[in-house]
Design a protein around this ligand. Structure first.
Ligand code: BGC
Length: 725
């Protein structure tokens, strides 16, 4: 069915659905705001790469662009609003199969007249600059004077911050409205053009270029208004003319492109719980529309193009959580995401230098320029008036190795030697140089001091195990890819031999960092019950949290996830239990990763439980959790949990390994997986694994620990294996 459905209109959920029902295509995203205005409704349209740094701010923001989605509808002089009159029937859904958002309302006005109002909208998956909308109004009681006001509304702001100067407003041929704008600081030019299908009266006032269309509509006749809009910016390499097209024409090509996407990218799960399939489709749909295509100057923000959370900044979320979905479906997109990092090697080197290091230190938060964008201060404490400094830009350095890890992951999956020559080897070298300069000689070994690991509730600690192992891997891989660089080789070898890699203590526990295990522990039940809300910070100061064994998110468990063979299963199990008890999962990057690691150690029930909870991060009943955008990394991790968790794909060895371990509720799972340029169709049932591909080349695989060869079709009976689970 692939539909995101809103069954009834509720003000409290307006912005959550606004995020969920975003339409887009990676070039732009348009929030699913309703056509008419409601209190606190956040309307938003964003174009990848269009940021602006407001004066006095240290970070740029993904700009909320002039709006084309708003329609004010007047029916015999009464403004249509679902807060007035009576709603007799309501349905709204985003059809993920076609990318179209549809709303149908049977409404009775306050003076007792009945109407049918239907609204449609989509962003073309083919013509990336185009947004199409349609309104159908049918008076059901009597003839009605229908007035619709719509156009280009540049009163849009980022929560009050105006980012655009208006350069020009024009009408062409009594039809086409064109607004031109420029971002105030970054000087990007934006053009928004729109055309409605009926003649109206134009006005330009208060940053709004509008048309008023008025018509007498006979009872039971339908008045239809189409609106075709185009958005382009100075980042575009080719100019796009306003096309002469209709809603239906645009829809036809866009729909075909969606069909093609689902044919290859979908993961089909037969589960007794339909929600599993829905959550997966939701994740795939959003990953697809949040990710820029054919433009390596842009990457994916922490909320994609669905809202203004995290100001649209790019984090490690992209390489570790989002990129794999593309790597194993559309590897060229994964390459493009890595090229974005390569493009900003210069800024990363400048940041390293500025901080007294060598090599490349990527910004913790990045946007268009590749400079550090992390806000200097967190939100103000309104009781004390103080602001806490944000330490991530200064100390959260694991991102450097995360990017290097993604480069290696890409190389392993694609064997793209050209990429390594052009970008990969240098990226590995510069990131490795950073780690070599970042380490300190202490206690007769090299240590990495004063860092923040993935767990952001534990700051300024020494030898975060995740960071140290990742740095080690980064340098090791850099060495493999830069063999001719003898100068680097000497330094790299010293680093690799001397870097401290924490190991398990006598109780079998691997310390998260030098001091973690010595800290006190508190019962976290209350905070776990409200996970995602950061409620702990209301009861304890950050400083106090820092002195307790409290994790915001998977930390050591991230390392277990990324290196499935590095630690023995028993040890993983033990540490997983210990650290999970201390993890609130206040970050959305946590649950799905725990699901994967739980599944690997055989805790299938627990894994499924975590998977389902991860799916609820954006799809649960909590009304405001996704108001400022969806959790992009979490959506990527839902896909990971299925493909790398339950389906048991493992790319960390010489050969592709497959060790399925499906939840009891699942009868089958099927998906495509691109590996070394081969498109493999995978189908798993509890007792059978079926692999097929269309070429005749022989692919060696490791299935349940046994070498197998896949030519075109391979069917493996798993009954025997299943018994041991
Ligand atoms: C998490 C980070 C993450 C960021 C953006 C933070 O709350 O702790 O790991 O990168 O959100 O999603």
């Amino acid at each position: 069915m692939r539909k995101i459905i809103e069954k009834e209109f509720a003000l409290n959920y307006l912005n959550k659905y606004g995020s969920q029902m975003t339409v887009g295509n990676g070039y732009l995203g348009v929030r699913g705001a309703l056509e008419e205005e409601y209190p606190e409704q956040v309307r938003g349209m964003y174009v990848a790469g269009i940021y602006n740094r407001p004066s006095g701010s240290t970070s740029s923001e993904l700009v909320n662009l002039p709006d084309v989605t708003r329609f004010q509808v007047m029916l015999d002089d009464e403004v249509f609003s679902m807060q007035a009159g009576k709603v007799h029937a309501y349905e709204r859904y985003l059809d993920m199969n076609t990318g179209e958002l549809i709303r149908k309302i049977t409404w009775e006005s306050s003076n007792g007249k009945h109407y049918q109002l239907n609204f449609y909208r989509f962003a073309s998956k083919v013509a990336k600059h185009m947004i199409a909308a349609k309104v159908e109004i049918t008076p059901l009681s009597e003839n009605t004077r229908v007035k619709v006001k719509t156009g280009i509304d540049a009163q849009q702001t980022n929560f009050g911050t105006q980012q655009l100067a208006e350069s020009s407003l024009r009408i062409f041929d009594e039809k086409l409205m064109v607004g031109e704008y420029e971002t105030i600081e970054s000087k990007q030019r934006i053009t928004v053009a729109t055309k409605v299908s009926e003649k109206g009266i134009f006005t330009a006032k208060n940053r709004q270029l509008m048309t008023d269309v008025e018509q007498k509509v006979t009872a039971n006749q339908t008045f239809t208004l189409e609106k075709i809009s185009l958005v382009k910016t100075s980042l575009d390499e080719v100019d796009t003319e306003f096309p002469n097209t209709t809603y239906a024409e645009l829809k036809l090509t866009s729909e075909a492109a969606w069909q093609d996407f689902w044919a290859h990218a979908s993961v089909r799960v037969e589960s007794t719980n339909d929600f599993d399939q829905f959550a997966l489709d939701f994740a795939c749909y959003h990953l697809e529309i949040m990710t820029p295509k054919n433009d390596f100057r842009c990457s994916v923000g922490a909320k994609g193009l669905t809202g203004e959370g995290y100001k649209g900044h790019v984090f490690w979320d992209t390489e570790i959580f989002i990129m794999p979905f593309f790597l194993y479906n559309q590897p060229e997109i994964a390459k493009q995401l890595l090229q974005y990092r390569y493009l900003h090697l210069k800024e990363a080197k400048e940041k390293a230098l500025k901080n007294g290091y060598k090599g490349a230190l990527y910004p913790w938060e990045s946007a268009f320029t590749g400079e550090e964008e992390t806000p200097e201060f967190a939100a103000i404490n309104i009781r004390t008036g103080t602001r806490q400094k944000v330490a991530s830009a200064i100390s959260e350095h694991h991102l450097v190795a995360d990017i290097a890890y993604a480069v290696c992951e890409y190389e392993v999956a694609t064997s793209d030697a050209q990429f390594m020559v052009e970008y990969g080897a240098e990226l590995l070298l510069e990131t490795a140089e950073f780690w070599i300069s970042r380490a300190t000689s202490r206690n007769g070994r090299l240590e990495i001091l004063d860092v923040i690991g993935p767990d952001e509730y534990t700051e300024h600690i020494d030898n975060n195990t995740y960071t140290n192992y990742m740095a080690h891997y980064n340098v090791k891989k850099a060495l493999e890819w830069n063999k001719e660089n003898t100068d680097f080789e000497a330094r790299a070898k010293i680093f690799l031999e001397n870097l401290y890699l924490p190991v398990a203590n006598e109780s079998g526990l691997i310390p998260q960092d030098d001091t973690f295990l010595q800290k006190d522990w508190i019962n976290l039940d209350k905070y776990k019950a409200a996970q995602g809300t950061q409620g702990i910070l209301l009861d304890y100061s950050r400083q106090e949290v820092n002195e307790l064994q409290i994790l915001k998110q998977a930390d050591l468990v991230m390392l277990f996830y990324l290196f499935p063979k590095m630690f023995k299963a028993e040890m993983v199990k033990e540490n997983l239990r210990y650290y999970e008890e201390r993890t609130i999962h206040d970050s959305s990057l946590s649950k799905a990763i725990h699901a994967i690691v739980e599944n690997r150690v055989g805790n299938r029930e627990q894994a499924y439980q975590f998977f389902q909870e991860a799916c609820l991060i954006d799809l649960g009943s909590e009304p405001h959790s996704s108001d400022d955008g969806l959790h992009a990394a979490s959506l990527g991790a839902i896909w990971l949990a299925v493909v790398f968790g339950f389906a048991g794909m493992d790319t960390s060895g010489e050969l592709l390994e497959i060790t399925p371990n499906l939840p009891n509720k699942w009868k089958s799972i099927a998906f495509e997986f691109v590996w070394k340029g081969e498109q493999i169709t995978v189908k798993m049932m509890p007792n059978t694994l079926q692999l097929s591909k269309s070429t005749k080349t022989v692919l060696e695989l490791n299935i349940y620990g046994e070498k197998q060869q896949l030519t075109d079709i391979l069917t493996i009976n798993l009954e025997r294996k299943d018994e041991s689970l």
